[in-house]
Design a protein around this ligand. Structure first.
Ligand code: NAP
Length: 281
């Protein structure tokens, strides 16, 4: 049976560290502030916003959620972002994605002050990260690295296969693995012979959004399997990996829920603290 890579345990360790750092800042008279912007009523965004709000408060940060109606014009969202950019009580800004169709996510990303850009969506931060000059990527790929590091999983020289090439998960994941000297293969919807490629991996990161896509026969015995997927099916939430079968062949595996998702929100808080430190240098 595989070692279970328990995201809740990783999150608890990181949370303890954050609480101590935020408390130390409070003693000096500072409070870290996070602004969360949600436009419309996407149920997943609402859950994520509430989770971030609760977590920020439990860590001792100030949370400022802004829930705007679905028909809010883009200019109004940008005006709010301008106000938050200039607000000394706000250290980090995170917009909930996806936004309604009339709002251009790229323009929202460009509007956020680079130093307050929690999820690394401003082109300046994307460029720094892609060129290897910064390790600050979106929260989810950083959560994957936090889990691998917590369990001491070696990456140097190992073959990692990332399934998915989105800007928020797959691509930054690839760069982070490369930065640790893994040999990385990226697969996507046009990949031919996905199973053959995945079977060669020492480390698999699945970030597709397709329930139980990765089957046991696609996994080399002993491989490390990280499941980023969150898919709603009749029985509840499942990942992109057929957990019940893959757990029998993998060397280590993250569950869903209780894996990557449990750590992603903590990574957001870590980024707010980083932004605070940059802004108060
Ligand atoms: P996305 O933007 O839809 O990207 C999905 C990627 O998977 C695309 O690159 C797509 O290829 C690829 N793909 C689709 N079908 C495939 C197939 N049959 N074989 C191989 N590749 C395939 O999704 P995302 O935002 O990256 O999210 C991926 C999953 O992670 C979702 O389940 C999402 O809910 C979850 N997620 C979890 C967290 C967390 O904190 N745990 C955070 C964010 C996302 P093309 O590029 O060719 O279209």
């Amino acid at each position: 049976m595989a070692l279970i890579l328990d995201g809740k345990q990783v999150a608890a360790a990181e949370k303890g560290d954050l609480i101590a750092k935020v408390a130390a800042l409070k003693d000096k008279g500072f409070t870290c502030g996070l602004a969360i912007i949600m436009v419309g009523d996407n149920p997943a965004s609402r859950i994520y916003m509430n989770r971030l709000d609760k977590l920020a408060k439990s860590i001792g940060m100030a949370s400022h959620p802004y829930h705007l109606p679905a028909d809010t014009p883009q200019e109004e969202v940008l005006a709010l972002i301008d106000k938050l950019n200039a607000d000394p009580d706000i250290d980090g800004i995170i917009p909930m994605m996806p936004m309604p169709a009339h709002i251009n996510a790229d323009i929202i990303g460009e509007g956020i002050l680079a130093q307050k850009d929690v999820d690394a969506i401003h082109p300046y931060n994307v460029g720094l990260f892609a060129s290897g000059k910064s390790v600050w990527a979106a929260s989810t790929p950083r959560a994957v690295m936090a889990i691998l590091d917590f369990y001491g999983i070696e990456l140097s020289g190992r073959h990692a296969v990332v399934i998915g090439r989105s800007n928020v998960v797959g691509k930054p994941m690839t760069h982070l693995l490369l930065s640790r000297n893994a040999t990385v293969t990226v697969c996507h919807s046009k990949t031919v012979n996905l199973a053959d490629i995945v079977r060669q991996a020492d480390v698999i990161v699945a970030a597709v959004g397709y329930p139980r896509l990765v089957k046991a026969e696609m996994v080399k015995p002993g491989a490390v399997v990280v499941d980023v997927g969150i898919n709603e099916v009749e029985s509840g939430i499942v990942g992109d990996v057929d957990y019940d079968e893959v757990v029998k062949v993998a060397g280590a595996i993250t569950p869903v829920p209780g894996g990557v998702g449990a750590v992603s929100t903590i990574m957001v808080m870590q980024a707010v603290l980083r932004d605070f430190e940059v802004l108060h240098k």
